[in-house]
Design a protein around this ligand. Sequence first.
Ligand SMILES: Nc1ncnc2c1ncn2[C@@H]1O[C@H](COP(=O)(O)OP(=O)(O)OP(=O)(O)O)[C@@H](O)[C@H]1O
Ligand SMILES: N[C@@H](CCO)C(=O)O
Length: 321
Amino acid sequence: MAVYTDVTDADLVAFLEAFDLGTLLSFKGIAEGVENSNFLLRTEAGNFILTLYEKRVREGDLPFFIGLMEHLAARGLSCPLPVRARDGEALHRLAGRPAAIVSFLEGMWVRRPRTAHCHAVGVALARMHEAAADFTITRANGLAMPNWRPLFETARARADGIEPGLEAFLAAELDFLEANWPTGLPTGVIHADLFPDNVFFLREELSGLIDFYFACNDLLAYDLSICVNAWCFEPDMTLNVTKAKALIDGYESVRKLEPEERDAFHILARGSAIRFLLTRLFDWVNVPPGALVTPKDPLEYVRRLRFHQRATKPGDYGMEL
Ligand SMILES: Nc1ncnc2c1ncn2[C@@H]1O[C@H](COP(=O)(O)OP(=O)(O)OP(=O)(O)O)[C@@H](O)[C@H]1O
Ligand SMILES: N[C@@H](CCO)C(=O)O
């Protein structure tokens, strides 16, 4: 489900009058995604995506997201390019929500990523990090390490209902992460949600990255650990070390990791596992009544976290020693 806000034909036609996109030929809601309302627009100027930003996106953050996509696209990264209206602005309002039109990217996301896909994602992530290095707007990560405990507190009472012992397991893990979270590692703009459904491939080539709405400033290697969690675990929740090595090698073909980033990788991976575990746990216990959303399974991330708790060295992720 990802149409929370309905848009009437008349409202859309009036909205489009501010743009140079010609006549509207068709538009339809897109079912995928969970955060915002997305529509596919066809106009005389081509295909576009119309996004209405829903409640989780803070309006004050929108200039960061829009500016980042423009910045990355200007540096040759394939990502949605916001379309500016005749008034020079990309952000407007439609049906009571902030709204933007962005370019449509060709491609499909891969349901079962293979090693070559993982390598390509590693390359693209590092290119994104490099391309964003001179982006001047900043945005703090609202889901960074210090935010995990408050998030846990909102859902802890329901945790054992999902898996007995989960509440104590998470409390102990947070103690560990708060005491051991690395400091002094390289920071920059991170995507922070580069899961398979946010990466498009066309004829086996990576054709673009989408969904920059969690992007923020944080540790670069933490972003890499998010990708290892999202791309390199098999359905039985074991790490495929070949895929992890391919993803990390792809990343390092563009940006070499520092020794401290490699040494801390297992802790970063524990952090990124608990970050997605906690948002999934929160969503699991807070499904709005009647919502057409299928919440994602928090337990997939419990399994990953257990793996990372046993991993202690870069070699456990296929990194050369
Ligand atoms: N620029 C684009 N070009 C082509 N398709 C797009 C584009 N942006 C979004 N889509 C389509 O819309 C779907 C939802 O987009 P997106 O992932 O940004 O939504 P969301 O609700 O913000 O997501 P999520 O739940 O992943 O956080 C995508 O899976 C894709 O099919
Ligand atoms: N990628 C997230 C959901 C969207 O932010 C997850 O799999 O939990």
